[in-house]
Design a protein. Sequence first.
Length: 224
Amino acid sequence: MINDNYLEKENFKTLIESDDIGRVEDRLNVIDTFLSTEEHVTLEEFMGLLKDRGFDYEPDFVRLCLNRWVAHGFAQKKQFEGQPPRYEHHHLGKHHDHLICTKCGKIVEFRNDELERLQMRIAAERNFHMLQHKMEIYGLCSECMAKRSPLIPLDTARTGERVIIKEIIGGRGMKGRLASMGYRIGDVLEVISNDGQGRLIVGHGNIRLAIGRGVAAKLIVALV
Ligand SMILES: [Zn+2]
Ligand SMILES: [Zn+2]
Ligand SMILES: [Zn+2]
Protein backbone atom coordinates (compact mmCIF):
# COMPACT_ATOMS: atom_id res chain seq x y z
CA MET A 1 0.00 0.00 0.00
CA ILE A 2 3.02 2.31 0.49
CA ASN A 3 3.20 3.11 -3.21
CA ASP A 4 -0.57 3.54 -3.38
CA ASN A 5 -0.37 5.92 -0.43
CA TYR A 6 2.31 8.03 -2.09
CA LEU A 7 0.25 8.28 -5.28
CA GLU A 8 -2.89 9.06 -3.30
CA LYS A 9 -1.19 11.85 -1.41
CA GLU A 10 0.11 13.40 -4.66
CA ASN A 11 -3.33 12.99 -6.23
CA PHE A 12 -4.96 14.66 -3.22
CA LYS A 13 -2.43 17.50 -3.21
CA THR A 14 -3.29 18.31 -6.84
CA LEU A 15 -7.00 18.30 -6.02
CA ILE A 16 -6.80 20.53 -2.94
CA GLU A 17 -4.47 22.94 -4.69
CA SER A 18 -7.03 23.29 -7.47
CA ASP A 19 -9.78 23.73 -4.83
CA ASP A 20 -7.82 26.71 -3.48
CA ILE A 21 -9.07 26.29 0.11
CA GLY A 22 -5.87 27.18 1.97
CA ARG A 23 -3.97 25.43 4.79
CA VAL A 24 -2.52 23.03 2.24
CA GLU A 25 0.41 22.10 4.48
CA ASP A 26 -1.88 21.28 7.43
CA ARG A 27 -4.19 19.27 5.21
CA LEU A 28 -1.26 17.27 3.89
CA ASN A 29 -0.15 16.51 7.45
CA VAL A 30 -3.65 15.25 8.21
CA ILE A 31 -3.59 13.08 5.11
CA ASP A 32 -0.15 11.71 5.87
CA THR A 33 -1.37 10.67 9.30
CA PHE A 34 -4.50 9.11 7.86
CA LEU A 35 -2.45 7.12 5.36
CA SER A 36 -0.15 5.91 8.14
CA THR A 37 -2.87 3.68 9.60
CA GLU A 38 -4.75 0.80 8.03
CA GLU A 39 -7.31 0.86 10.86
CA HIS A 40 -10.91 2.02 10.80
CA VAL A 41 -10.58 5.13 12.97
CA THR A 42 -13.12 7.32 14.71
CA LEU A 43 -12.55 11.09 14.69
CA GLU A 44 -11.46 10.83 18.33
CA GLU A 45 -8.98 8.03 17.66
CA PHE A 46 -7.67 9.94 14.68
CA MET A 47 -7.15 13.08 16.80
CA GLY A 48 -5.01 10.86 19.06
CA LEU A 49 -2.88 9.75 16.08
CA LEU A 50 -2.37 13.38 15.08
CA LYS A 51 -1.33 14.29 18.65
CA ASP A 52 1.18 11.39 18.62
CA ARG A 53 2.77 13.03 15.60
CA GLY A 54 2.85 16.41 17.33
CA PHE A 55 -0.08 18.00 15.48
CA ASP A 56 -2.64 19.86 17.52
CA TYR A 57 -5.38 20.80 15.06
CA GLU A 58 -8.94 21.76 15.95
CA PRO A 59 -11.35 18.76 15.72
CA ASP A 60 -13.61 20.75 13.36
CA PHE A 61 -10.75 21.31 10.92
CA VAL A 62 -9.82 17.62 11.07
CA ARG A 63 -13.42 16.54 10.54
CA LEU A 64 -13.72 18.83 7.51
CA CYS A 65 -10.44 17.43 6.15
CA LEU A 66 -11.71 13.87 6.56
CA ASN A 67 -15.05 14.72 4.97
CA ARG A 68 -13.29 16.30 2.01
CA TRP A 69 -11.11 13.19 1.86
CA VAL A 70 -14.33 11.14 1.71
CA ALA A 71 -15.95 13.43 -0.88
CA HIS A 72 -12.88 13.14 -3.11
CA GLY A 73 -12.98 9.34 -2.89
CA PHE A 74 -9.84 8.78 -0.81
CA ALA A 75 -11.60 7.64 2.35
CA GLN A 76 -14.84 5.97 3.25
CA LYS A 77 -16.99 6.86 6.20
CA LYS A 78 -18.47 3.75 7.80
CA GLN A 79 -21.34 3.66 10.24
CA PHE A 80 -21.24 0.29 11.99
CA GLU A 81 -24.13 -0.41 14.35
CA GLY A 82 -23.54 0.69 17.93
CA GLN A 83 -20.33 2.56 17.08
CA PRO A 84 -19.42 6.16 16.25
CA PRO A 85 -18.64 6.83 12.55
CA ARG A 86 -15.30 5.45 11.39
CA TYR A 87 -13.04 6.41 8.51
CA GLU A 88 -10.97 4.02 6.46
CA HIS A 89 -8.91 4.19 3.28
CA HIS A 90 -10.70 3.91 0.00
CA HIS A 91 -8.34 2.32 -2.49
CA LEU A 92 -10.01 2.63 -5.88
CA GLY A 93 -11.17 -0.68 -7.31
CA LYS A 94 -10.44 -2.57 -4.08
CA HIS A 95 -13.64 -3.53 -2.35
CA HIS A 96 -13.89 -5.38 0.95
CA ASP A 97 -16.50 -6.24 3.57
CA HIS A 98 -16.45 -6.39 7.35
CA LEU A 99 -16.91 -8.63 10.39
CA ILE A 100 -17.68 -6.53 13.47
CA CYS A 101 -17.32 -7.77 17.06
CA THR A 102 -20.21 -6.39 19.12
CA LYS A 103 -18.28 -6.92 22.36
CA CYS A 104 -14.81 -5.40 21.84
CA GLY A 105 -15.58 -3.46 18.64
CA LYS A 106 -12.86 -5.20 16.63
CA ILE A 107 -13.31 -4.94 12.86
CA VAL A 108 -11.99 -7.64 10.54
CA GLU A 109 -11.93 -7.12 6.78
CA PHE A 110 -12.61 -9.85 4.26
CA ARG A 111 -13.21 -10.29 0.60
CA ASN A 112 -14.85 -13.30 -0.96
CA ASP A 113 -15.19 -13.37 -4.74
CA GLU A 114 -17.85 -16.05 -4.65
CA LEU A 115 -20.00 -13.89 -2.37
CA GLU A 116 -19.40 -10.82 -4.55
CA ARG A 117 -20.50 -12.74 -7.66
CA LEU A 118 -23.53 -14.14 -5.87
CA GLN A 119 -24.69 -10.64 -4.87
CA MET A 120 -24.32 -9.39 -8.44
CA ARG A 121 -26.23 -12.41 -9.71
CA ILE A 122 -29.07 -11.87 -7.23
CA ALA A 123 -29.42 -8.24 -8.38
CA ALA A 124 -29.15 -9.15 -12.09
CA GLU A 125 -31.78 -11.90 -11.79
CA ARG A 126 -34.21 -9.25 -10.52
CA ASN A 127 -33.24 -6.75 -13.21
CA PHE A 128 -31.90 -4.59 -10.41
CA HIS A 129 -29.13 -2.22 -11.37
CA MET A 130 -26.71 -2.63 -8.49
CA LEU A 131 -24.63 0.41 -7.56
CA GLN A 132 -23.05 -0.63 -4.31
CA HIS A 133 -23.53 -2.92 -1.35
CA LYS A 134 -22.20 -3.48 2.11
CA MET A 135 -21.89 -6.80 3.86
CA GLU A 136 -21.53 -6.43 7.61
CA ILE A 137 -21.42 -9.51 9.80
CA TYR A 138 -21.96 -8.81 13.49
CA GLY A 139 -20.93 -11.21 16.21
CA LEU A 140 -18.13 -12.07 18.61
CA CYS A 141 -14.49 -12.23 17.50
CA SER A 142 -12.33 -15.26 18.26
CA GLU A 143 -10.68 -13.57 21.28
CA CYS A 144 -14.02 -12.61 22.82
CA MET A 145 -15.38 -16.12 22.21
CA ALA A 146 -12.29 -17.69 23.82
CA LYS A 147 -12.86 -15.64 26.99
CA ARG A 148 -16.46 -16.75 27.26
CA SER A 149 -17.52 -19.68 29.38
CA PRO A 150 -19.83 -22.27 27.80
CA LEU A 151 -22.58 -21.54 30.34
CA ILE A 152 -23.64 -17.93 30.83
CA PRO A 153 -26.52 -16.13 32.56
CA LEU A 154 -29.11 -15.00 30.01
CA ASP A 155 -28.60 -11.31 30.86
CA THR A 156 -25.08 -11.53 29.33
CA ALA A 157 -26.20 -13.20 26.07
CA ARG A 158 -25.85 -11.00 23.00
CA THR A 159 -28.55 -9.67 20.72
CA GLY A 160 -29.15 -12.18 17.94
CA GLU A 161 -28.00 -15.26 19.87
CA ARG A 162 -30.00 -18.46 20.13
CA VAL A 163 -29.51 -20.11 23.50
CA ILE A 164 -30.82 -23.12 25.37
CA ILE A 165 -31.78 -23.00 29.06
CA LYS A 166 -29.49 -25.35 31.00
CA GLU A 167 -30.20 -24.40 34.57
CA ILE A 168 -32.48 -22.21 36.63
CA ILE A 169 -30.87 -20.83 39.75
CA GLY A 170 -32.62 -19.51 42.82
CA GLY A 171 -34.96 -20.98 45.39
CA ARG A 172 -38.22 -22.82 44.86
CA GLY A 173 -40.05 -19.51 44.62
CA MET A 174 -37.95 -18.30 41.68
CA LYS A 175 -38.12 -21.69 39.97
CA GLY A 176 -41.88 -21.79 40.37
CA ARG A 177 -42.21 -18.24 39.11
CA LEU A 178 -40.12 -18.98 36.02
CA ALA A 179 -42.01 -22.22 35.40
CA SER A 180 -45.29 -20.30 35.58
CA MET A 181 -43.88 -17.88 32.99
CA GLY A 182 -43.25 -20.90 30.79
CA TYR A 183 -39.47 -21.28 31.11
CA ARG A 184 -38.20 -24.84 31.33
CA ILE A 185 -34.79 -26.46 31.12
CA GLY A 186 -34.13 -27.33 27.48
CA ASP A 187 -36.20 -24.46 26.07
CA VAL A 188 -34.57 -22.52 23.27
CA LEU A 189 -34.66 -18.71 23.44
CA GLU A 190 -33.73 -16.16 20.83
CA VAL A 191 -32.28 -12.93 22.20
CA ILE A 192 -34.08 -10.27 20.17
CA SER A 193 -32.53 -7.36 22.01
CA ASN A 194 -30.21 -6.93 24.95
CA ASP A 195 -28.56 -3.54 25.13
CA GLY A 196 -26.93 -4.20 28.51
CA GLN A 197 -29.50 -2.26 30.55
CA GLY A 198 -33.19 -2.54 31.21
CA ARG A 199 -35.25 -5.47 30.08
CA LEU A 200 -34.27 -8.04 27.48
CA ILE A 201 -36.62 -8.96 24.70
CA VAL A 202 -36.49 -12.68 23.91
CA GLY A 203 -38.33 -14.91 21.51
CA HIS A 204 -39.70 -18.06 23.12
CA GLY A 205 -41.36 -20.21 20.47
CA ASN A 206 -43.38 -17.68 18.52
CA ILE A 207 -43.90 -15.35 21.47
CA ARG A 208 -41.82 -12.29 22.27
CA LEU A 209 -41.30 -11.65 25.96
CA ALA A 210 -39.75 -8.87 28.02
CA ILE A 211 -37.61 -10.24 30.86
CA GLY A 212 -36.16 -8.13 33.68
CA ARG A 213 -32.40 -8.36 34.13
CA GLY A 214 -32.77 -9.87 37.61
CA VAL A 215 -34.84 -12.76 36.29
CA ALA A 216 -32.59 -13.18 33.23
CA ALA A 217 -29.59 -13.55 35.54
CA LYS A 218 -31.23 -16.65 37.05
CA LEU A 219 -31.49 -18.42 33.72
CA ILE A 220 -28.22 -20.16 32.87
CA VAL A 221 -27.94 -20.80 29.16
CA ALA A 222 -25.60 -22.27 26.56
CA LEU A 223 -25.31 -21.40 22.88
CA VAL A 224 -27.43 -23.56 20.61
ZN1 LIG B 1 -18.69 -7.07 -0.73
ZN1 LIG C 1 -14.18 -9.07 20.25
ZN1 LIG D 1 -12.53 -1.86 6.04
